[in-house]
Design a protein around this ligand. Structure first.
Ligand code: KG4
Ligand code: ZN
Length: 333
């Protein structure tokens, strides 16, 4: 089975071709044009997707030597994400599906992040606990089977990735913040400053990161630019530690409660080197199996969308051409 994957929900235009579970190509074009604005400008993102979606699709098919006629299905992200950005990929996929007479499969981007693990671990089996940490979501999900999810913990304000991006902006590091803080933190001391770890009263497994962002904002204002520049790597390391620590405390509390023997990470923040280290150590200590997607499958990519499409095709879950883009689509309907 040859599947084409199309991803355009935010600032990555990505096209993949999968043969069964194997990735034949996974082209990712990250939109650097947003850097000078310190964040994604939705209108520019849509335009860039429009410029690239057809070019990259042709490139992907050329690279793999698979003609469109040999493609068995077109899997495309239809939410969540930026409306305009989603519409570009989805409309293109619909056109291709109609013109070439190929089935269309509308994929949930969040489910795609979870499924990315099967690209790295083809033999991964259900059930497992998943910590999904991206720019838009922080969720602890009990993944019972494909399509059978229970959300055990969730972010109530800023997502983990957002907390990285906003701090990077406050520190004038640039965009996207996560990778820049990760890199800068490598030479810093995580114990330099103790940022608050918010406890959410309503639900013990929920996350809150907005206070953390406010606290670095006040610290930077109070201490001034010179002090910040002097201690940049220490600040990054301490801030990163606070995020990783909050993620660790809740995730392993859930593991304690559910006695789940298998933990799977997903989403852009799962690329964070400190998070990978801390979670690996804690899992080893507890004798739990832990899985991280390969780095290129943590952040947005079309291979994870095609991999999800493969599961949907197996279950006959095709989409009609009138399927909509849903910017606030959630994991559970
Ligand atoms: O999953 P993703 O690519 O897109 C969404 O679906 O949101 O996640 C993007 C987020 C951004 O906030 C980015 O800063 C963060 O993932 N990120 C990281 C790292 N790489 C990407 N955060 C921390 N450390 C990283 N190495
Ligand atoms: Zn994503």
């Amino acid at each position: 089975m040859n599947l084409l994957g199309i991803e355009s929900s935010c600032d990555e235009t990505s096209i993949a071709v999968l043969r069964d579970g194997d990735v034949l190509t996974n082209i990712i074009s990250s939109q650097l044009l947003h850097q000078k604005y310190g964040g994604v400008v939705p209108e520019f993102a849509s335009r860039e997707h429009m410029r690239l979606v057809d070019v990259l699709t042709r490139q992907a098919l050329d690279q793999t030597g698979i003609p469109l006629s040999d493609i068995d299905g077109i899997a495309v992200t239809h939410g969540p994400g930026l409306m305009g950005a989603l519409l570009v990929g989805l409309s293109y996929a619909k056109g291709l599906s109609y013109a070439a007479g190929k089935p269309l499969i509308a994929v949930n981007h969040i489910e795609g992040h979870i499924m990315a693990n099967f690209l790295t671990y083809q033999k991964l089996t259900y059930p497992f606990l998943c910590l999904l940490v991206s720019g838009g979501h922080t969720q602890i999900v009990n993944v019972k089977d494909f399509g059978d999810y229970e959300i055990i913990g969730k972010g109530i304000d800023d997502a983990a990735g957002e907390a990285f991006d906003k701090a990077a902006r406050i520190l004038n590091l640039g965009y996207p913040g996560g990778p820049l803080i990760d890199k800068t933190a490598k030479s810093g001391d995580p114990k330099f400053y103790h940022f608050p770890r918010a406890k959410v009263k309503s639900d013990q497994f929920d996350f809150s990161f907005s206070g953390l962002k406010t606290s670095i904002l006040y610290l930077v204002k109070q201490k001034g630019d010179e002090w910040v520049a002097e201690h940049l790597s220490d600040l990054c390391a301490s801030y990163q530690e606070a995020i990783v620590d909050a993620l660790k405390v809740n995730t392993f509390a859930v593991i304690e409660e559910t006695q789940s023997p298998k933990l799977v990470l997903a989403g852009g923040v799962a690329a964070n080197s400190r998070l990978r280290q801390v979670f690996q150590e804690e899992s080893d200590r507890r004798g739990i199996d832990i899985y991280f997607p390969a780095l290129q499958y943590c952040t947005d990519n079309a291979a994870m969308i095609a991999r999800t499409g493969l599961e949907m095709i197996k279950r006959g879950q095709f989409s009609d051409l009138d399927v909509s883009a849903v910017p606030n689509l959630s994991l559970i309907a």
